[in-house]
Design a protein around this ligand. Structure first.
Ligand code: URA
Length: 247
């Protein structure tokens, strides 16, 4: 793998920062300083930064969390709000969230240090299917469901169709499951707002092959091998779609 990627997987720095370390001559491979960015290395090579002993890439980690509300889906927040980084156990390699949930949305969130997988799964050309459980104000009528199925026209243009299942209606509220495959900003809230049923609460139940299940709020688990295999299949399809989409 490329030296920058190797350093990023070792938790030394992001790929961009690793490039800067290499260009500054601070990285040695098998005792020799390397300044070129294209160099590739494997597990037999000894890679050192600032002469501080060999660094080794971590195996990929795929963490599944149940994000609570009132938390931002970033690893750091300049405004000092709680971030999803606070859910990650100490000693975990540097992971990043795959996509994002709003501050006031809870539910299943994947974090990984597999940067390539994270990149393709969040690329706008390709959307993983996501299912949300929404509680909205008012009784959702058949015409509203039809409008959601057909695709709601959002301000930025383009119809955003959804699969919809009404779970229950009572006391002036409706509960529904909505499945979308795009990742537009506040998409579910805006689609339901357009049918004049503002969202009261929103929980993501599923992200592609990963279901929330009974994971407690704030808890973290490793994705199962089966989930990781399914993610990789989706990512390889996404990779092809992204390449065909021209970026
Ligand atoms: N749609 C929304 O409106 N909010 C989310 O957090 C995710 C999808």
């Amino acid at each position: 793998m490329r030296l920058q990627k190797y350093l990023a997987h070792a938790g030394v720095a992001s790929r961009r920062k690793a490039g800067e370390l290499i260009a500054a001559g601070r990285v040695r491979v098998n005792g020799r300083p390397v300044r070129e960015l294209g160099v590739t290395v494997d597990e037999r090579d000894r890679v050192e930064v600032d002469g501080a002993g060999a660094v080794r890439p971590n195996a990929f980690r795929y963490l599944v969390t149940h994000k609570p509300i009132h938390m931002v889906t970033t690893m750091r927040d300049p405004q000092g709000r709680r971030t999803v980084a606070s859910l990650i156990p100490k000693g975990t390699p540097r992971v990043v969230p795959v996509g994002r949930l709003d501050f006031d949305t809870s539910g299943v969130l994947l974090l990984t240090n597999d940067g390539d997988l994270a990149h393709v799964l969040t690329h706008p050309c390709f959307g993983v299917e996501k299912t949300y459980r929404a509680v909205v104000r008012g009784r959702l009528a058949a015409a509203d469901v039809q409008a959601l199925l057909a695709g709601i026209r959002l301000d930025e243009g383009g119809a955003a169709p959804a699969k919809v299942r009404v779970v229950s209606t009572s006391g002036g509220y409706s509960k529904l499951d909505m499945t979308i495959h795009e990742g537009r900003n506040r998409q579910v809230r805006r689609m339901l707002e357009a049918t004049e049923h503002p969202v009261v609460s929103l929980v993501r139940l599923r992200f592609g092959p990963i279901s929330l299940g009974d994971l407690p709020i704030g808890a973290v688990r490793d994705a199962t091998e089966r989930e990781v295999r399914a993610l990789r299949v989706i990512a390889s399809q996404a990779g092809r779609a992204v390449a065909e989409g021209g970026s």
